[in-house]
Design a binder for this molecule. Structure first.
Ligand SMILES: *Cc1c(COP(=O)(O)O)cnc(C)c1O
Length: 228
């Protein structure tokens, strides 16, 4: 299947999920996660109409960003080492993995414009997952007010991989509750209106629970290393 036809299927699925949850598909942006694929495949997604692209390594981001020649909106979606910030900061509009003060400090120092950040939350409590604990999110965000180049646009999480859909659903629902709580605080540096949640295997559940950015890799651009 071409990227274009996969996108058509995904858009159709999103439309159904939005209808079921009485949302508008316009509220949901698709980020094509291209970390497993070539620049050619990423460009194919761009030709199919994708605007948002996500990478989880500084070198992958840099090589694709250069090939795109300023087109598209770039998202950094993975664990971000503090010393790698300088390599990506002039290329990304969004960082989805803000999870510690030292990282905020470095982003703030290196950026010459406001960077839209998601605070990554470990809702499920799995040890393997990055992110801060749900009850530490508000105090963490309150500490960020002095960082002028950081705006907290929302929260991000990764749900556990499981066949039981009630588990990711509960995770996404909890993140939505925290997001609403923060949005209500009306902090100038943290409008916190967005939710980055949902991947290839759980994006429809995430949308039903309020996601505004779904991060889709395998289901959209495939995974070239596993293709024949
Ligand atoms: C790889 C990755 C994705 C996309 O995963 P798929 O299951 O292939 O859709 C989404 N978010 C993050 C943070 C990732 O690292």
């Amino acid at each position: 299947m071409t990227v274009k036809s996969k996108l058509a299927v995904i858009n159709n699925n999103i439309a159904v999920a939005c209808e079921q949850s009485e949302r508008s598909p316009n509220e949901v942006a698709i980020i094509a996660v291209t970390k497993y694929v070539s620049t050619e495949r990423a460009l194919e997604a761009h030709d199919a109409g994708i605007i948002h692209f996500g990478e989880n390594r500084d070198d992958g981001l840099t090589s694709k960003w250069e090939a795109f020649k300023g087109q598209a909106v770039w998202h950094f979606i993975g664990t971000l080492q503090t010393r790698k910030v300088k390599n990506i900061i002039d290329k990304v509009s969004f960082i989805h993995s803000l999870d510690r003060l030292s990282l905020a400090k470095e982003i703030n120092k290196r950026a010459d414009k406001q960077i839209k950040c998601f605070v990554q939350v470990n809702v499920s409590g799995e040890e393997s997952k990055h992110g801060i604990n749900p009850d530490e999110v508000i105090p963490f965000i309150e500490q960020l007010s002095e960082y002028q180049n950081i705006v907290i646009v929302g929260l991000m999480t990764m749900a556990p991989h499981t066949d039981d859909s009630s588990i990711p659903r509960a995770c996404f629902r909890k993140l939505k509750h925290i997001q609403i709580e923060i949005a209500k605080m009306k902090l100038a540096h943290a409008p916190c209106t967005e939710l980055s949640m949902g991947m290839s295997n759980d994006y429809l559940i995430a949308i039903e629970e309020g996601s505004t950015f779904v991060r889709i890799g395998t289901a959209l651009v495939g995974e070239e290393s596993k293709e024949g």
